[in-house]
Design a protein. Structure first.
Length: 277
C-alpha cells in the first residue's frame, strides 16, 4: 500500500474538520490487524480522509461503506477505489447519518474511524445510543479521550464519558500512536481503542436516559460532594437509604452506584406522576 499524504493529492488538511491524515504504514497494519475485517462484516468507516485505512479494509473485506463530511475528498476516494463495486460513499455528517440504512437483516455494524478530535466525544455518545446495532467499534482518538473512556473510579480521568461508555461497552485501549504518524502532525499523542457493546448489560438501568441525566448532573460540579451535586434530583436521605455515601465526590462512585441512584430517581418520578393523577 502506497504512502498517502495530502500534498500528493493536492488536498490540504482542513483545520475546521479537525483533519490529521494517517500515513504510517506500520500503524495502519496494526490497526487493520486489530480490526480483523472479514468479507461477511458490515464495515463502516467514519471520515476515511485520504483512504489510508480504507484501502487495506477493502482488500480484506471486499466491501465498505464510508461517511465523509469533506466534499473535496469524495472525488479522490471515488477515483482511488473505483475498482471496488461494493465501496459506497455517503457524503455528510456522521452525527446525522442513519446507520440502519446500510444494515442487512441480522447484521450488526463494525465501525472504524480516525475521529476528528473536535467532535470525537459527541460522536462516541451518538454511537453508544445505537449500541444494539453495533458489533464493535475501533477508533483512533486523542490519547486523553481513550484514558477517559477506560478510567476507573477514583481517578482524575473518570467522568461522564467513562461511565456511559462502560455502561454500554467493554472498553479496551489497544496502543498509542505518536504525532509523527500523521500529516499534519497533531500536538498530542493518539491512541486506538476498541469498544464492544455488551450482549447483556452488566448493570442495566430502568431508564438509561435518566442515568445519563444523573451522571451529567453529578459531574457538572465534580469538586463538590454527591449530596450537593444531585440535590435537585434526589435527597441526601434517599441516597443514604440506597447505600450511597453522600460525602463522596462524583469520581468516587461506581457505575453500579450511579445505576442505583438513577433507578431511585425513576421510582420517585413515577410516584410523583401517580400522585398528580
Amino acid at each position: 500500500m502506497s504512502k498517502h499524504t495530502p500534498k500528493a493529492h493536492g488536498h490540504k488538511a482542513r483545520k475546521r474538520f479537525g483533519q490529521n491524515f494517517l500515513h504510517d504504514q506500520y500503524v495502519i497494519g496494526k490497526i487493520v490487524k486489530a480490526i480483523s475485517p472479514k468479507p461477511t462484516d458490515c464495515l463502516v468507516e467514519i471520515g476515511p480522509g485520504m483512504g489510508a485505512i480504507t484501502e487495506p479494509l477493502l482488500e480484506a473485506s471486499g466491501k465498505l461503506d464510508v461517511v465523509e463530511l469533506d466534499r473535496d475528498l469524495i472525488p479522490i476516494l471515488r477515483t482511488k477505489f473505483f475498482n471496488y463495486p461494493d465501496f459506497r460513499i455517503h457524503e455528510g455528517d456522521a452525527l446525522k447519518f442513519d446507520f440502519s440504512t446500510i444494515l442487512e437483516p441480522g447484521q450488526q455494524l463494525r465501525i472504524v474511524g480516525n475521529l476528528p478530535y473536535n467532535i470525537s466525544t459527541p460522536l462516541i455518545f451518538h454511537f453508544l445510543s445505537h449500541y444494539a446495532m453495533v458489533q464493535d467499534m475501533h477508533f483512533m482518538l486523542q490519547k486523553e479521550v481513550v484514558e477517559r473512556l477506560a478510567a476507573t473510579p477514583g481517578s482524575g480521568d473518570y467522568g461522564r464519558l467513562s461511565i456511559m461508555a462502560q455502561y454500554f461497552c467493554k472498553v479496551e485501549p489497544l496502543f498509542i500512536v505518536g504525532p509523527g504518524s500523521f500529516n499534519p502532525p497533531p500536538k498530542v499523542d493518539s491512541a486506538i481503542v476498541r469498544l464492544v457493546p455488551y450482549n447483556e448489560l452488566p448493570h442495566p438501568a430502568k431508564d438509561h436516559k435518566t442515568l445519563e441525566r444523573v451522571v451529567r448532573e453529578a459531574f457538572n460540579m465534580r469538586r463538590k460532594t454527591i449530596r450537593n451535586t444531585l440535590k435537585n434530583l434526589i435527597s441526601a436521605e434517599l441516597l443514604q437509604e440506597i447505600g450511597i455515601d453522600t460525602g463522596l465526590r462524583p469520581e468516587n462512585l461506581t457505575l453500579a452506584d450511579y445505576v442505583r441512584i438513577a433507578d431511585k430517581v425513576v421510582d420517585l418520578n413515577l410516584a410523583e406522576n401517580r400522585n398528580e393523577s
